[in-house]
Design a protein around this ligand. Structure first.
Ligand code: ZN
Length: 209
């Protein structure tokens, strides 16, 4: 069964989601919710879906980056994003730590900001400590696109959307992105939009020059 994905402006997307107890995680309603969120994410299709996006203020998200989403994509495009398939899994009550703060900047979208995309800088590598759908403790070390997905989904659990972190001048419809920008590198897009080159100095906040 497919669930309705709420759109930007719904208060649930701006609230703090609450943690789930171990017995709640193992309960029938939460197990069914996970199944429905998985089906809804695949149907969209998307690579992640957080509970607030279907109207439930719970610290729970499903993630899956399928092999078929990468099929046909340009090898260099995939390599630049450090993107590879991620099997279906669930993160519950996650705690995120940045392991490599070097910002990687690419176009990113959200099922709750339907039809739009923008450049969003994200930390290159993160560690996530959470529980899985059996309530077991799990530690995830991720880099590249997978790290981006984790940062995006965990932001949802704290009332944040990518528009809070995006480069505002790069905000555009997905149709115009496909028409005008998809083939360009981030550097080319930034130059064309009149944005300065992002300079990263280790140990310091991302600066522009
Ligand atoms: Zn999202």
């Amino acid at each position: 069964m497919r669930l309705k994905i709420v759109q930007a402006g719904d208060p649930v997307l701006r609230g703090e989601a609450r943690e789930l107890s171990i017995s709640e995680i193992r309960s029938r309603p939460v197990q069914e919710l996970i199944e429905r969120m998985r089906d809804t994410m695949r149907d969209a299709p998307g690579v992640g879906l957080a509970a607030p996006q279907i109207g439930e203020p719970l610290q729970l998200a499903v993630i899956e980056d399928r092999e078929e989403y990468l099929r046909g994509a340009d090898t260099a495009w995939v390599a630049e994003r450090e993107r590879s398939a991620v099997p279906f899994h669930v993160i519950i009550n996650p705690r995120l730590t940045v392991v490599d703060a070097e910002p990687l900047e690419f176009f990113e979208g959200c099922l709750s900001v339907g039809g739009f995309t923008a450049l969003v800088p994200r930390a290159r590598a993160v560690r996530v400590e959470c529980r899985n759908e059996q309530a077991d403790r799990v530690v995830i070390d991720a880099h590249g696109w997978y790290a981006r997905i984790l940062q995006h989904e965990i932001d949802h659990l704290h009332g944040r959307l990518y528009v809070d972190r995006m480069e505002p001048r790069s905000f555009m419809t997905t149709a115009n992105h496909a028409r005008h920008w998809r083939e360009q590198t981030t550097r080319e897009v930034r130059a064309a939009l009149g944005l300065r080159t992002r300079i990263w100095r280790p140990g310091r906040a991302p600066a522009e020059r």
